[in-house]
Structure formats: C-alpha cells, structure tokens
Design a binder for this molecule. Structure first.
Ligand SMILES: Nc1ncnc2c1ncn2[C@@H]1O[C@H](COP(=O)(O)OP(=O)(O)OP(=O)(O)O)[C@@H](O)[C@H]1O
Ligand SMILES: Cc1ncc(COP(=O)(O)O)c(N)n1
Length: 261
C-alpha cells in the first residue's frame, strides 16, 4: 500500500540524535514516507551546540518547491527553522499548497509546528526575529503547535491553532479551540539519554495524523511512542552529554545481528 507522505522542515544534527535524523527515523518506524527540507546545518554533539549554519533562503524555498510540486504531502512537520526568512517563505508555501491541493485531488496538508527555540543542552536555536516570524506567519496556519512550557510562554496564544504543551514533569496537555483541555498522560522515564525527544515526539504526532488519527488519538500515541523510545535509550551509554533518544526499537535491535538488546 502506498504510504502517506510527511515532510520534515528542520536542521541537521551530525550526531543523529535530534533534528532531521530523528524525524526521518520516526517516520520510517511508523510506516510513513518522509521527505526532508534542510533549513540549517548545525555543529553539535551530546554536550552542546557549537555552530549553526543556515541554508540560504532561496535554497530552502527551492527544496520546498521541489517536494511540494511533486509529492502528495499529507503533513508538514517543522523543527528548527533558523531564520525569519525561512519561517516566512514556509508559511507562503503552506498557503499555496493548501490552495492547490484540491485541484490536484489531494487533501489539504496539515501543519505540525514544533517551535524549537532552545536545545536540551541550553543553546538558543531561534532569536527574537524568528519568534516574531512564528507568531506573525506560521502559528496562524498550524494544525497543532507542540511547545514545551518555556516555548509556550515565549510564543503566547491567540493564534487560534491547537496547542499540545509538553514536558515539565506533568502530563502533556492538549488545548483545542472551544474545547476543554485534555490531559495526555505518559509513562515518565528516568533518563538523561533524551537528546532529540521533542523532535521524535512531534514527528510521531505528525506521522499518526498522516495515518488518519484524530488529534487526541495522535497525541496519546505519540506520547506512548516517545516513552517507549526513552525506555530503550535509558540503558545506553552513548556520548559524553545528554545521549540520544533511541531511534531503533527493542525488536529491531534483537533482529539485528551482532547487537545485544
Ligand atoms: N523523561 C521522559 N519520560 C517520558 N516522556 C518524556 C520525558 N521527557 C520528555 N518526554 C515527553 O517527550 C515529549 C517531548 O517533550 P520535551 O519537553 O522534551 O520536548 P521539547 O522540550 O519541546 O523539545 P524541543 O525543544 O526539541 O521541541 C513530550 O511528550 C514529553 O512529555
Ligand atoms: C537540529 C536540531 N533540532 C532540534 C534540536 C532540539 O532538540 P533537543 O531539545 O533534544 O536538543 C536540536 N538540538 N538540534
């Protein structure tokens, strides 16, 4: 069966924990085809972010136009967007894709915005101009935004999109316009091997939406998927800082020759 397509628009992490590596691994694990538009190349490891090199805006635009002009993208999932220009031009493409999707016999692409403003290791990944561009251009188009508590406070509400607020030791909470907030409980895992958790969680949410689940079901499943991946990585010893969340499942590890679970 032909899988749905989810397009990640985000940055690279050479250690493979966060960003596009996490996005594509999660899409593959959940049975959706993943595209990837690169917004920036980061230099980082499990201890910190050492450099950010944004891809020129016209190159980001050309990547978006190539994918959106060819593949039937069901969900666009954003991670680190790096510059206000990238936020703005992505918003323009989302509007255009929604206008043209009907005439091409496709559904309107959904938009999952993971507003990556700060890394787990503490580095700032988006400045005030990027935050302003999110508020003005991208959040009003979002199907759902997945901020942690700090990002939620910085971005504010009033954009009209659903918000799945994550982290901070409490359950995730799904806020949908005109409805009561819904707690999304998930098993907490005691681990510092959590680099890439936000990216994995938002990508799982996008994948479950692409597979046809409603927002609440997708949020429950994404929380469960993320907890299970953290449970796998909790016993790992990778890197000198916050080790990566597992992008391979326990079952794929036992199937892989030479790897002991
Ligand atoms: N130790 C943990 N055990 C279980 N679930 C966790 C744990 N840490 C985070 N999560 C879950 O992972 C998801 C992502 O949360 P988190 O707050 O880490 O992302 P984030 O800070 O928004 O990351 P990013 O900035 O990359 O978007 C949420 O569903 C959160 O509840
Ligand atoms: C390219 C990229 N995207 C996102 C994050 C945030 O992930 P985390 O909060 O786990 O550090 C990151 N560190 N790098």
């Amino acid at each position: 069966m032909t899988p749905p397509v989810v397009l990640a628009v985000a940055a690279t992490d050479p250690g493979g924990g966060a960003g596009l590596a996490a996005d594509l691994a999660t899409f593959a694990a959940l049975g959706v085809h993943g595209g990837c538009v690169v917004t920036a190349i980061t230099v980082q490891d499990t201890r910190g972010v050492h450099g950010i090199h944004p891809v020129p805006a016209d190159v980001v635009a050309a990547q978006l136009d190539a994918v959106l002009g060819d593949l039937p993208v069901a969900v666009i999932k954003t991670g680190m967007l790096a510059t206000p220009e990238a936020v703005r031009l992505l918003a323009e493409r989302v509007v255009l894709a929604r206008v043209t999707s009907g005439s091409r016999g496709q559904g309107r692409p959904l938009l999952v915005v993971d507003p990556v403003l700060r890394a787990t290791t503490g580095a700032t990944l988006a400045d005030a101009a990027v935050v302003a561009a999110y508020r003005e251009h991208l959040l009003p188009l979002a199907t759902v935004v997945t901020p942690n508590a700090d990002e939620d406070a910085v971005l504010g509400r009033g954009h009209g999109a659903a918000v799945l607020r994550t982290g901070s030791g409490a359950p995730d909470v799904l806020h949908r316009p005109g409805r009561e907030p819904l707690d999304i409980p998930h098993a907490r895992v005691a681990t510092t091997n959590d680099h890439g958790t936000g990216c994995t969680h938002a990508s799982a949410l996008a994948a479950y939406l692409a597979l046809g689940h409603d927002l609440a079901t997708a949020a429950h499943r994404a929380a469960d998927f993320t907890s299970r991946r953290l449970a796998t990585s909790s016993t790992w010893d990778l890197g000198r800082g916050r080790g990566p969340i597992a992008h391979i499942s326990t079952s794929s590890m036992t199937e892989t020759e030479g790897v002991t679970a």
